[in-house]
Design a protein around this ligand. Structure first.
Ligand code: NAD
Ligand code: UDP
Length: 319
């Protein structure tokens, strides 16, 4: 049985990855300090013999007994309000955390895949974003703590690959959504759905003309699974190229939730990227991957989750 360590395993994406690798017959070790994660995302796995959970901060030395074949480094605050609240931990997990993972991989002869992000492109001047674009990041702006940690993480990963021969993979993830997002994580989809469910007006930051491209979580997990098993060490964008303005997205959520809420406008956060859309030519060619779930379908499933499982969390988590 192959053994895989998933850091950030109690988070939104990490927990879906745990599910996928369990389904594929792996022994899964989830490691998380629960700073933004939630054990409820993985509690259904606790009864399984091939699942273990380590409550640990990966920015500190990592010890895992036994063999390891793969390490997925997904630990990191990921939403703007999270990394603005805990900027130093964000920098640490992207630097010390990946250093620990790569050191562990070297000892165990494991392959490492890191969760990088479209944020390495910053507020992009090239559209859509190809992997060859170096980005437009403000290192001392509020988002710098996340963007630069992720850029450092890519550089450290490449260095271990080049100088120590560690097998590495880099996925640049674009905005992903689905069940198990936290209602209060500040990201636009849970923010809008939470507001609609509570009967509040939807808050559009800026004039709503900025764009994002939303990928359903199952599509992302499939792309990551294929990348891990490929032999490609350069970064690969995984995302859904179907781009939408935030104003149109708010309208879609209002229609989906059937509420008669209105939109209200608030200030655009500093350095908020104006447009974002992945060029997925590389993923198509190398991984034979492209997204399958369209937004209407993905949003329906996600809305059903928030309605059903988040009733008790709707007000608590909005605080
Ligand atoms: P999340 O906040 O739900 O999950 C992150 C998990 O990492 C949480 O469970 C948190 O407790 C854990 N964590 C944070 N710091 C840690 C530390 N020092 N030690 C141990 N655990 C720690 O966020 P997510 O959306 O699931 O994001 C997961 C990864 O994917 C992150 O690395 C993020 O940067 C990346 N990513 C996500 C998106 C997206 O759209 N969701 C986009 C780009 C990149
Ligand atoms: N946004 C918004 N209202 C909200 C939350 C976010 O208009 O209540 C905007 C935000 O300014 C950004 C976009 O939605 O332009 C996506 O924000 P999110 O935090 O989800 O992700 P990111 O900016 O990291 O792509």
């Amino acid at each position: 049985m192959k053994r895989i360590l998933i850091t950030g395993g109690a988070g939104f994406l990490g927990s879906h990855l745990c599910d996928r690798f369990i389904k594929e017959g792996y022994h899964v070790i989830a490691m998380d300090n629960l700073i933004t994660g939630d054990l409820r995302n993985i509690e259904h796995l606790f009864k399984l013999e091939n699942f273990e959970f380590y409550h640990h901060d990966v920015s500190k030395f990592i010890h895992v007994p036994g063999e390891l074949d793969y390490i997925l480094h997904f630990a990191s605050p990921a939403s703007p309000i999270d990394y603005l609240k805990i900027p130093i931990q964000t920098l640490k997990v992207g630097s010390l955390g990946i250093h620990n993972c790569l050191g562990l991989a070297r000892v165990k002869k494991a392959r490492v895949l890191i969760a990088s992000t479209s944020e390495v492109y910053g507020d992009p001047l090239v559209h859509p974003q190809t992997e060859d674009y170096w980005g437009n990041v403000n290192p001392v702006g509020p988002r710098g703590v996340y963007d630069e940690a992720k850029r450092f993480q890519e550089a450290m990963t490449m260095a271990y690959h080049t100088y120590h021969g560690v097998e590495t993979r880099i996925v640049r993830i674009f905005n992903t959504y689905g069940p198990r997002m936290r209602l209060n994580d500040g990201r636009v989809l849970p923010a809008f759905i939470g507001q609609a469910l509570r009967g509040e007006d939807l808050t559009i930051f800026g004039d709503g003309s900025q764009t994002r491209s939303f990928c359903y979580v199952d599509d992302l997990v499939e792309g990551i699974y294929r990348l891990l098993h490929s032999d490609y060490a350069q970064p690969v964008n995984i995302g859904n190229p179907n781009e939408i303005t935030i104003a149109d997205f708010a309208e879609e959520i209002i229609k989906l939730t059937g509420t008669d809420q209105k939109v209200i406008y608030k200030d655009l956060p500093k350095d908020d990227p104006k447009q974002r859309k992945p060029d997925i030519t590389r993923a198509k060619e190398i991984l034979k991957w492209e997204p399958k779930v369209d937004r209407a379908e993905g949003l329906k499933t996600t809305y059903a989750y928030f309605k059903e499982f988040s009733k008790e969390r709707l007000y608590d988590e909005a605080k």
